[in-house]
Design a binder for this molecule. Sequence first.
Ligand code: P1T
Length: 381
Amino acid sequence: MKFNTKVIHGKQQHEPATGSVMVPIYQTSTYAQSSPGKHKGYEYSRGENPTRDALENAFAAIENAKHGLAFGSGLAAIDCVIRLFSPNDHIIAGDDLYGGTYRMFTKIFSKYGLTFSFVDMNNPENVAKAITKNTKMIWLETPTNPLLKVTDIEAVTKIAKENNLITAVDNTFATPYIHNPLDLGADIVMHSATKYLGGHSDLVMGALMVNDNALHQQLKFIQFAAGAITGPMDSFLALRGVKTLAIRMERHSENGMKVATFLENHPKVAEVFYPGLTSHPNYEVAKKQMRSFGGMLSFKLKDNSQAAAFKLLENLNVFTLAESLGGVESLANHPSTMTHASIPEPERLKIGITESLIRLSVGIEDATDLIADLEQVLEMI
Ligand code: P1T
């Protein structure tokens, strides 16, 4: 089944009792039993719920996975993965990560004796060099948030396999429209489904997709035992969102390229980070690995002051200044004071999150309006 069809029909079926084309919202916490332990497969909604089941199947289908799991947020999904490990286990992560992921690793799990190394995955050799006898997993985002660095997933998973390590890929920015990390050798795919999978900025949700049955059982146990599930209403909204993922991503990618090209040619812009531009340092890997380049990009102003960035952000009309990404509407964000403020300043500056760095989530509006909006704010600074 091709991707355009898979998002609508993959592992999805009509509700058997009535033929309802959309899966109903089973808004229930529990299920009647005829005798203790005798029931129709459903006991309690932390364990299973038919609307969530339908969504988890759809999530599995779009990532070419056997199993999907849905959580109350992207961070709850990451939390579930990290709970696979024990004190002294070591995890290698990319040095450019969503600020909340970095905060969870360094502020929460470090306390429990897990250790983390953050390496530049532009060069997969850096991953190989960071492996110790305690290393258990490689965690990577590609493209990264917010600098859009692209990691060669096949090269990293090859190193992981040679060293018996799990690879987990946060595929939030790319989405399965652009690549399927499990097909490239990864063991776990993670999404903040809050973003493109939901697609309408109306829910907060996380997803994990895996092929290995034993790994699925471990993760499902943690989901049930720790309890960070998503509810039936949000499951319904996400199921509805996923159906238009392919067509939305087509437009996000088209607009992303147009906006990136406009910015790259603007005299007030110092640098644009978009994997579809030939000037991107990882363009060759991106071209090999990505089916299109998506709607996320960042740029730096020649005037590298916070005041210039703030002036631009405060005067946008079509773009909304807000955290998050991946919805139909275009958003702008200031990583150093918003999404990545939890990363200590020296670390932020070291990887390139400077005062004038602005991140755009390019929506599916008409690109002409988006470019006109950016043009008028760039004129002001
Ligand atoms: O917000 P939540 O659904 O918990 O997802 C966390 C998360 C994980 N991974 C990536 C790559 C992300 O971008 C996020 C959330 N990011 C934002 C809110 C943001 O504006 O970057």
